[in-house]
Design a protein around this ligand. Structure first.
Ligand SMILES: [Zn+2]
Ligand SMILES: [Zn+2]
Length: 309
């Protein structure tokens, strides 16, 4: 188990208590952080500083860039838009490649990730939302991940993908992905490759990914009056390859695209489109014109109320 790496790895063995539990006001007492996981998670942040002894090579920087961008794609296109929301179709081999690539990001397995994310959409910003910023910015950013209570995911939320034995395997052994990448980085770039190419890029990738749950629920504009706190945040969209259009996404999570307008940069979607041209990705689900029009109507209404005396 890759506890020392992520401090957050866990198995998905079955339904957790949280799914059957009614909303209560007593959750905070149960939401104590696991001290061991938290220390391990914090320690991983310090590992890249060992590069003061090894130096930072150009190869290590290239490895870090490639490891960041490809794993971000595996998380946004794979864990999020495919496993959590099924916004397009893949064959079984491509599905496994995406799942394995996602585990390399050290954010646990695809079933764990997608089940929790489906929960987030189902119960957005209510008592049962696992990472609502209403319970604190840092809780939504990282606290919930370090809490024992969420080590297991509710399998009932992800029955569709949990039926694949290869996905259950990679989910249970979610350490294989990060260790594989660590070894590759070391083989190519030596100690500097491991410390910067793997560890530093992993830490940055964690926090950039987590901004979707924290920053994109606190800062930014709301194109849609959804029942949650989601927002559209350009900086998060640029850093995550399109996930910052989070208010759009909460309004219509069934679309492969999260930048609904032409100027809403969505790099993940552009890559998915390119993959659809060569037949790897099929049936990309579009945003209905009515949903896009809704934002225009809401904007016109806001302007009218702003200018009225
Ligand atoms: Zn959200
Ligand atoms: Zn989502």
């Amino acid at each position: 188990m890759n506890q020392s790496l992520a401090g957050i790895a866990a198995h998905v063995d079955g339904p957790s208590a949280e799914a059957s539990q009614p909303p209560t006001g007593h959750r905070r007492a149960e939401d104590r952080l696991n001290v061991r996981s938290s220390l391990a998670f914090f320690a991983v942040h310090l590992i890249p500083f060992l590069a003061i002894f090894t130096g930072v090579t150009r190869t290590a920087l290239i490895l870090a860039f490639v490891a960041f961008t490809t794993r971000m794609f595996f998380i946004t296109a794979g864990y999020h838009r495919y496993f959590a929301h099924k916004t397009y179709r893949l064959n079984r081999v491509s599905q496994f490649v995406l799942a394995f690539g996602g585990t390399m990001a050290a954010q646990k397995g695809p079933l764990w990730w997608a089940a929790h994310h489906r929960n987030h959409h189902r119960f957005s910003d209510t008592e049962r939302d696992v990472h609502s910023p209403k319970r604190g910015f840092w809780w939504s950013h990282v606290g919930w991940i370090l809490c024992d209570k969420y080590n297991k995911a509710d399998r009932t939320q992800i029955r569709d993908f949990a039926s694949y034995p290869e996905l259950r395997f990679i989910d249970r052994h979610d350490w294989i992905g990060p260790w594989t990448l660590g070894v590759i980085c070391f083989a190519i770039g030596g100690w500097s490759g491991l410390l910067i190419g793997f560890f530093a890029s992993t830490v940055v990738l964690w926090h950039v990914t987590f901004t979707v749950n924290s920053v994109a629920h606190v800062f930014g504009r709301r194109a849609y009056e959804t029942d949650d706190t989601s927002r559209n945040t350009l900086l998060v969209a640029l850093a995550t390859g399109g996930e910052g259009w989070h208010n759009n996404h909460h309004r219509y999570p069934w679309s492969a695209r999260q930048g609904f307008r032409w100027w809403q940069v969505d790099a993940t979607y552009y890559v998915l489109r390119a993959l659809s041209w060569v037949g790897i990705v099929r049936d990309l689900r579009p945003v209905p014109a009515a949903v896009i029009a809704e934002a225009r109507v809401a904007k016109a209404r806001r302007r009218a109320s702003d200018t009225s005396p």
